[in-house]
Design a protein around this ligand. Structure first.
Ligand code: MRU
Length: 358
């Protein structure tokens, strides 16, 4: 059965266009924007109308469908060559979430297939990417919930829910599944400065689902853990390197350090499309820098001292040694390292999820 928030989809393909729920307006307004050109889709990704690694990948896949349709309309015999500019725009939209590049590669492989109806084939592939992501989230929900053990509270960072994925969510998928099983009494959500994905999106999803949620400033997480009662930190990921290092929303590393110090287990939940075996470790992951205004302003109002300079990395890298469990739809790696990740990605099913590590 769909939960309340899970009825809201971040990405919808409808009548030959992609519709994106404008996440910049949430929770104040539920407003879908409609895009029928690939260049507009790339801009929407860049401006975070849609955000979250899997949702970005799904959106890019539909963007490729739009690019192919436009190219085919112009010159049916040269449609692949005419798509180059749109494909480059989509690839340049955001640098850190590898799901974007994974989806583009998968669509490019589909473009190369001989078929009588390439446009129908490409749309079918984009839809498959979308549906497979939802199925992966369901599976990860079960695998992650099986790790939680005794009932307690969890903390999460950023938004790794329905809104960040095809539906259901990665970290929030685990939380939804575990709450339904009676394993979670409360979710603490970091507000997630500066874009407030936690305050605006995660808290909204959980409130819609009737899951008790307490919002806290990012800097309050260590003090909360010191009080006790937090059993797990559960987060998503934007890119996972071959050795298990995890790039995720800025502040995740901070949370992982505080978790290790306080004996709180740290779980990363991400589909295999987020794993990038081409990068040896997290140092090689490109980290997006975003505009200074995200820190200098709040709701369009200036809040900072005029003349202050800004460092605004959108992501950080949590070393694999701080990760207790990596949950993918292919299985679980406890204390992930290069060998375990290679086995998981080769389809050998990781470690059987023990019920409760605590
Ligand atoms: O900048 P964003 O909002 O796209 O960053 C999103 C995150 O960091 C999420 O935690 C990550 O993409 C996982 S989403 C399932």
């Amino acid at each position: 059965m769909l939960s309340q928030a899970d009825r809201v989809r971040a990405v919808v393909w409808r009548e030959n266009a992609v519709e994106l729920l404008d996440q910049r307006l949430l929770p104040g307004a539920i407003h879908y924007r409609r895009f029928s050109k690939a260049a507009e889709v790339a801009q929407a990704i860049r401006e975070m109308v849609v955000r979250g690694a899997p949702a970005i990948g799904i959106t890019a896949a539909y963007g490729v469908v739009l690019a192919a349709r436009a190219a085919y309309d112009r010159q049916p015999e040269r449609w692949r060559a005419l798509m180059a500019e749109d494909l480059a725009l989509l690839a340049a939209a955001r640098p850190t979430a590898v799901n974007l590049f994974w989806a583009l590669r998968r669509m490019e492989r589909t473009m190369a297939e001989p078929t009588a109806d390439p446009l129908a084939r490409l749309l079918a592939e984009a839809r498959a990417i979308h549906q497979e992501d939802i199925a992966a989230n369901r599976r990860m929900g079960q695998l992650g919930a099986a790790l939680l053990g005794e009932r307690g509270a969890v903390i999460t960072h950023c938004n790794a829910g329905s809104l960040a994925t095809g539906g259901y969510g990665t970290a929030l998928g685990v939380i939804r599944e575990a709450y339904a099983a009676g394993l979670i009494e409360r979710v603490y959500a970091d507000e997630t400065r500066p874009w407030l994905q936690g305050a605006r999106l995660t808290a909204w999803e959980l409130v819609q689902d009737g899951i008790p949620v307490t919002l806290l400033a990012d800097g309050a997480a260590a003090a909360l853990m010191r009080r006790g009662g937090i059993h797990w930190a559960v987060v998503g990921a934007d890119r996972i390197a071959a050795n298990g290092d995890v790039a995720n929303k800025i502040g995740t590393y901070h949370l992982a350090l505080a978790a290790r110090y306080h004996g709180v287990r740290f779980m990363v939940v991400a589909p295999s499309s987020t794993v990038d075996l081409s990068l040896l470790n997290g140092a090689a992951i490109p980290i997006e820098q975003r505009a200074p205004e995200e820190l200098l302003e709040l709701g369009g109002q200036p809040v900072a001292a005029v003349g202050a300079e800004v460092w605004n990395p959108s992501f950080d890298v949590t070393p694999a040694e701080l990760v207790d469990a990596l949950v993918t739809e292919r299985g679980v790696a406890l204390a992930p390292d290069a060998a375990k990740l290679a086995r998981l990605m080769a389809g050998q099913h990781g470690e059987p999820p023990p019920r409760g590590l605590r």
